[in-house]
Write a protein that binds this ligand. Structure first.
Ligand code: SAH
Length: 236
């Protein structure tokens, strides 16, 4: 298998085009900035190690990678958008953060660092790849036994179509148009099945609920809604 083949070049190109705006909190990535404290708390609240070795898969400009590094994690972060990684490196350097950013696919790093991480995050990325189940399998290989994997994505449901695509991209314009394609969204049951097949046990799920009146999100633990995140543990 070509280790770079599980990537959609049109998707990567979308992120290449906005690479200079990752850290503009009012720009196209503003929703990631808004939800970042909530998802970071969900992740960090479940990791017990004081200085975990974490891999951030599809890290983008490093919005989550930096939050993890600030919390004391030793972070390696990978992405396949070269200009995005450059933006991430520049931002981390300017803030004195030693994050190891690498241009690599998760399938590539799984070959050289199998069992190398205490935890792994793969947020808002699975819905942009051709074979998300393959990404999950590679993620599972990268974890130590007992290691934790965190995934977030968007449900493939009528509600998600109305809220995330129509509402989010066209009505409220919270996200750039074309960010998500309905058929690539992922049902929570699919995510759980793929994870289970890769030797990952489900431990927790939560959703980020958006209130259009206040413009704020809140975390709904235990709920699989439009934008959900889940935690799994690699069997020992
Ligand atoms: N995880 C980050 C960024 C999400 S945006 C966050 O939540 O803040 C999705 C990112 O996935 C983009 O940076 C894009 O370049 C990357 N991506 C898409 N397909 C990928 C692939 N096959 N391998 C690695 N990264 C990929």
């Amino acid at each position: 298998m070509n280790l770079l083949s599980n990537a959609d070049q049109q998707e990567i190109a979308k992120f290449d085009r906005v690479s200079r705006m990752w850290w503009d909190t009012g720009g196209p990535m503003r929703m990631l900035h808004v939800i970042n404290p909530l998802r970071s708390a969900f992740i960090l609240g479940q990791i017990e190690l004081p200085r975990p070795k974490i891999l951030d898969v599809g890290c983008g400009g490093g919005i989550l990678s930096e939050a993890l590094a600030h919390a004391g994690a030793e972070v390696t972060a990978i992405d396949l958008s070269q200009p995005t990684l450059e933006a991430a490196r520049r931002h981390a350097a300017a803030h004195g953060l030693g994050i190891d950013y690498r241009y690599m696919s998760v399938e590539q790093i799984a070959q050289e660092a199998e069992g190398g991480f205490d935890a792994l995050t793969c947020m808002e990325m699975l819905e942009h790849v051709p074979e998300p189940s393959e990404v999950i399998a590679a993620c599972a290989r990268l974890l130590k036994p007992g290691g934790q994997a965190f995934f977030s994505t968007i449900d493939r449901s009528l509600k998600a179509f109305l809220f995330a695509i129509l509402g989010g991209e066209y009505v409220l314009r919270l996200l750039p148009r074309g960010t998500h394609q309905y058929r690539k969204l992922i049902r929570p049951r699919e995510l759980r099945e793929w994870a289970q097949r890769s030797g990952l046990e489900f431990t927790a799920i939560a959703s980020l609920l958006y209130n259009p009146l206040t413009g704020r999100f809140r975390v709904a633990p235990g709920k699989a809604d439009v934008n959900y995140m889940a935690c799994f543990i690699k069997k020992r």
